[in-house]
Ligand binder design. Structure first.
Ligand SMILES: Cc1cc2nc3c(=O)[nH]c(=O)nc-3n(C[C@H](O)[C@H](O)[C@H](O)COP(=O)(O)O)c2cc1C
Length: 189
């Protein structure tokens, strides 16, 4: 691994479909998740949790999600949604980051959700630090109320990210990035 600055300057995700074995073993995954949980968290609420989705569970989820999709009316592009669902099956390790943000007297929901996003980003970087590639995905089923039982979400919970982790031999090219001049300004008054 390069030094932190050059890592951050060049960091990229890998496509989940390029992720192969090996993925992190149990001890590596534990270390990765411990790093990922070390994020800014206003009020120390830990308004998020991790769920490992083992391969056999993903196979069942995939089957159930496709059955649900097929039964839905007026799905605009079922092929694309099926493809998104198929991504569940590929990477050796898949971890769902679940936001359990809830009304709190002092900490706004928005800040709790932001903390879940920080967890997802830290999880990507922790996987990289352990020598693995990773990608942060969502999919149609994250945004459908009909899938909550399949995803085993508790009341009020939402999936912040599905993090796919593994090893990839596919070279990563740079993608376009915003020009700093377009997203940075100095207040004049
Ligand atoms: C919340 C969130 C959800 C995403 N969902 C998807 C997705 O469903 N499908 C996809 O192809 N990319 C998705 N992406 C983008 C991927 O993570 C993509 O790999 C990433 O933007 C590449 O950027 P990077 O190389 O700078 O990490 C999502 C990103 C975020 C932050």
């Amino acid at each position: 691994m390069h030094d932190l600055k050059s890592y951050l300057q060049t960091r990229r995700s890998s496509l989940s479909m390029s992720l192969e074995e090996p993925g992190p073993d149990q001890a590596q995954l534990r270390a990765i998740l411990e790093i990922a949980a070390r994020v800014p968290d206003h009020g120390k609420l830990a308004p998020w949790r991790f769920v490992l989705w083992p391969r056999n569970v993903r196979t069942t989820m995939h089957r159930n999600l496709l059955a649900l999709l097929e039964g839905m009316e007026d799905v605009p592009d079922i092929g694309k949604l099926t493809q998104g669902t198929d991504k569940l099956l590929h990477a050796p390790v898949v971890v769902a980051v679940i936001s359990r943000a809830a009304e709190h007297p002092k900490i706004p929901l928005w800040e709790q959700h932001l903390s879940a996003g920080a967890v997802c980003m830290s999880l990507l970087m922790a996987a990289n630090a352990h020598g693995f590639e990773a990608q942060w995905l969502t999919a149609w089923y994250v945004y459908s109320d009909a899938t909550r039982d399949i995803l085993q979400l508790e009341e009020g919970e939402r999936i912040a990210g599905i993090i796919h982790i593994g090893t990839s031999s596919t070279p990563k090219s740079e993608r376009s990035r915003p020009e700093l001049q377009d997203i940075f300004s100095i207040r004049e008054s």
